[in-house]
Structure formats: structure tokens, C-alpha cells
Design a protein around this ligand. Structure first.
Ligand SMILES: [Ca+2]
Ligand SMILES: [Ca+2]
Length: 248
């Protein structure tokens, strides 16, 4: 048993920085703490919007991986989805985007100058409603977004034309940043759903390394209960510790 545990730790050399601590979030709109210590983003009603930001910023000069469970609802015809966001918007912990298909993150059109959106930023959307204006396919999907634009050229749907995230289940989601290689990786239910090399610090955040992070979500005429649960925030263990097999 001890051997197995050590093997697992060496294969996954992460040191936990924080665990589920729901009181550390700034909540806006319809976001609220749930009895199970998860954070509700929207209740199952029309035209809701909720945002939750962790009150300590993440440092992009360091490796990190954040792990969550997300819940997108129990109605396949529901809406609209959740985004995980990293941002340095001048409004800081008060930043929010447009409702409905913009999921509290973006704006109606990538060409629109008006409206509220979160920028500079990167985000991952878990989109449960087809909106042609945002180039959405006819099924639920995951996509990488930047600077408050929901429009996306690419998406992931497990090559499943009936892919559905509103299945009344919790889904495991991880976001990893590797500053040395400048690689962003997104995992969903054990599958790599997005990976790319992108210099977030210089190409997105204008040289800033301290970013606010959290979740946004909204509904429109269609709706679902949507929430997330933080599992952990982890940093990579120092190489020497990893080699010697120490765990902290
Ligand atoms: Ca669906
Ligand atoms: Ca959509």
C-alpha cells in the first residue's frame, strides 16, 4: 500500500496549495454557497448570471494546476454553460461579462465594441447551448477563449455528435499552466481537451503575472442549475524533492 502511494506521488509530483475552501470566494449576482460546500453559479431559472472569484490571485510565473468538479445541469435542452476564467480586468474582483450565450464572460459579438466583457483574459467554456453567432456546433462542447470573446473557431466534443454535459453528473475538470514551456492544458473527465503553447504573460496579460481566477455562468430563456466544487490548487514539487521521493 505504501509502495503504491509513493508511486502515485512520484508520477504526479504536485504539492497542494489549497483545498476546498468555499469561504475564500467573492460571489456576485446569483452565485451562492451551497450546503455541500460547492458554489452555485446559476439556479435553474431564466436570465440568471453568477460569478465567483477566488480572493487570492494565481501567479503565472509559477506552475499551477487547479482541479474542480463542475455540474452543468440535468436538462439536455438547458443552457447556457460555465466558463473558467483567468483575468486581469481593470475592474478586478468586480469584473463581469454579458448574460445568456456569453455565460457572464464575453460579449454578443466579437466585432461589438460595446457591452460588458472580461479582458484581458483567457477562459475555458463548457457550452451547453447552440448559438450560431458564437460558431457553436449542434452539441455541447468545450472551447478555449480569450479577451471576452465567446466566438471560437475550434472546439472539443469527444467526436460525439450527441455530446451532452447536462447529464446530472459532476465532471472532473483541470487547468494546468507550465510557465517554462508556456503550455496551457485542459483536462475533462480524464481526457486532454485542449493543449497549446501560448505566452500568456506577454501575449495576453501585457507582462503582468498576477491574475484573478474563478468561474462565470449564465442562463437565458433556457436554463439549468450550474455549479462547481474546488478540489485543489497545486504547484509542482521542487525537482530535488521529487527525485528523493519526499512529498513536501
Ligand atoms: Ca446538452
Ligand atoms: Ca452557447
Amino acid at each position: 500500500m505504501k509502495k503504491l502511494l509513493l508511486g502515485a506521488l512520484l508520477a504526479w509530483p504536485l504539492a497542494v496549495l489549497a483545498q476546498q475552501s468555499p469561504l475564500h470566494y467573492k460571489l456576485m449576482g446569483d452565485a451562492q454557497l451551497m450546503p455541500n460546500d460547492c458554489i452555485q453559479l446559476t439556479p435553474d431559472v431564466e436570465y440568471a448570471e453568477g460569478i465567483a472569484y477566488y480572493q487570492t490571485r494565481l501567479d503565472l510565473s509559477r506552475f499551477f494546476q487547479v482541479d474542480f468538479e463542475i455540474y452543468l445541469g440535468n436538462k439536455d435542452e438547458g443552457a447556457d454553460g460555465i466558463t473558467f476564467v483567468l483575468h486581469d480586468d481593470p475592474r478586478a474582483f468586480d469584473a463581469f461579462g454579458t448574460w445568456g450565450e456569453c455565460m457572464g464572460y464575453g460579449r454578443w459579438s466579437k466585432w461589438a465594441r460595446g457591452g460588458t466583457f472580461i479582458a484581458p483574459s483567457v477562459a475555458v467554456e463548457f457550452d451547453t447551448y447552440t448559438n450560431y453567432r458564437q460558431n457553436d456546433p449542434e452539441f455541447d462542447h468545450v472551447a478555449y477563449l480569450e479577451d471576452g470573446t465567446n466566438y471560437h473557431d475550434e472546439f472539443w466534443h469527444n467526436k460525439d455528435g450527441a455530446y451532452n454535459l447536462e447529464d446530472d453528473q459532476l465532471h472532473n475538470f483541470s487547468f494546468r499552466w507550465e510557465p517554462r514551456s508556456k503550455r496551457v492544458s485542459v483536462m475533462l473527465d480524464g481526457q486532454l481537451v485542449h493543449t497549446a503553447v501560448r505566452d500568456l504573460v506577454s501575449d495576453v496579460f501585457g507582462g503582468h503575472t498576477q491574475v484573478i481566477w474563478g468561474f462565470t455562468a449564465s442562463t437565458g430563456r433556457a436554463h439549468n442549475l450550474q455549479y462547481f466544487c474546488l478540489k485543489q490548487i497545486a504547484e509542482k514539487m521542487p525537482e530535488t524533492d521529487s527525485r528523493s521521493g519526499k512529498t513536501e
